[in-house]
Design a protein around this ligand. Structure first.
Ligand SMILES: *Cc1c(COP(=O)(O)O)cnc(C)c1O
Length: 368
């Protein structure tokens, strides 16, 4: 069998053999062993952001977006109103979720190359006392930009509103401390920086906010209050859990702790990102974001100007050398993206840059 390609994408991403191995067994969803695994996973997820005292972990079946939608549906009352901070496609998705759920919202759009501005959030909250919540993307994966979570959380707390953070692509890799950053909900998933497989989202919900949220959700499966009540009462998931995904996440978390937790994961991704940026720069490939707001998660590169560069062709050539890249998500400029996350290190990142160099040479791309 030929080796599986390395995924340099923002999820699903490359996992270790040990994580995949953990899925080679079947579990009964009612069985005590599986319930212990669920409890251990939830406890560890809270621990990663020091939220065990203040928040509950509510796991949810599905991809990350299911958990984002569940958080908004459950925690924003029907008469609530959300300030949605947008500087990319995932921010747009937050607005779409509010719209579909019928929650009132104010979208604030800012440039894709600039982090959301905390002072502007301050002004908007002061101007509109009917805003009950603020929704923010921590790392906007559509470009790789890092938004100033600490500053924004401070402003939101000062105004006494609830903060909902989509930390999907940052959780476990970029530091967040719930004792300093006040939030009502923080959302992430199994298949990103924790290096599990996709299939489970989770919401770290502030205890009082969650217990006050009964009846808000107009969906049965996305009702996190109900999901949590059932879990707390029985130790089991309400509805069939993604057993193999939970087992893989449990194994991935074991390796996460052994690697050295958040600090070690952060350092490895930062090094991956540095090797990528430097290597691509030597090929003449320019990154889209200013380095000051570039998160070490995924990097957007300008596509070469050369007419001989076609992304599809480039993608196939790089894939043949063992690496899966990601298309750009910007409408204005031609770009492509390369992830720094997953069970990869310096060796893979250097090899990926070599594969890109070789592909460009083979395509006779000179005008970069
Ligand atoms: C990956 C991601 C999501 C969730 O996407 P799914 O396709 O539903 O898993 C949400 N927000 C951000 C910022 C992401 O990177």
């Amino acid at each position: 069998m030929r080796d599986a390609p390395i995924l340099l994408t923002p999820g699903p991403l490359t996992t270790t053999a040990r994580t995949r191995q953990a899925m080679l067994m079947d579990w009964g969803s009612w069985d005590a062993d599986f319930n212990t695994t669920t409890a251990s996973v939830c406890e560890q997820l809270l621990g990663i952001v020091q939220a065990s005292a203040s928040h509950c972990c509510v796991p949810l079946q599905g991809s990350g977006t299911f958990a984002v939608e569940a958080a908004i549906a459950t925690l924003v009352p029907r008469e609530g109103k959300v300030l949605v901070l947008i500087n990319g496609a995932y921010g747009e998705r937050l607005a779409k979720i509010c719209q579909v759920l019928g929650r009132r919202f104010t979208p604030v759009r800012s440039d894709e190359v600039r982090p959301t501005c905390a002072a502007e959030v301050d002004r908007l909250l002061a101007d509109d006392p009917t805003l009950t919540h603020v929704a923010l993307i921590h790392c906007e994966t559509s470009t790789g930009i890092l938004n100033p979570l600490v500053d924004i959380a401070e402003v939101v707390a000062a105004h006494g509103r609830g903060l909902i953070i989509d930390a999907m692509s940052s959780f476990g890799a970029l530091p967040i401390d719930a004792r300093q950053v006040r939030f009502e909900a923080l959302i992430a998933a199994s298949g990103k920086c924790l290096e599990g497989v996709p299939g489970m989202g989770f919401v770290l919900a502030e205890k009082h906010a969650l217990s006050a949220a009964a009846g808000n959700a107009q969906s049965l499966v996305l009702d996190l209050h109900d999901q949590y009540q059932y879990l707390a009462r029985t130790g089991q998931w309400r509805f069939t859990p993604p057993t193999h995904v939970v087992a893989a996440l449990h194994a991935a978390l074991e390796q996460y702790q052994q690697e050295g937790g958040l600090a070690a994961r952060h350092a490895r991704y930062q090094e991956n990102c540095r090797i990528l940026l430097e290597g691509m720069a030597t090929l003449g490939l320019r990154s889209f974001l200013p380095s000051a707001c570039q998160a070490p998660i995924i990097v957007t590169f300008h596509a070469p100007r050369d007419a001989r560069f076609q992304f599809k062709d480039f993608y196939e050539r790089v894939k043949a050398k063992g690496f899966i890249l990601y298309p750009g998500k910007l409408t204005e400029v031609e770009t492509f993206r390369v992830g720094c996350i997953g069970a990869v290190g310096p060796t893979q990142m250097h090899a990926a840059v070599d594969a890109v160099a070789q592909a460009l040479r083979d395509m006779h791309v000179v005008d970069i």
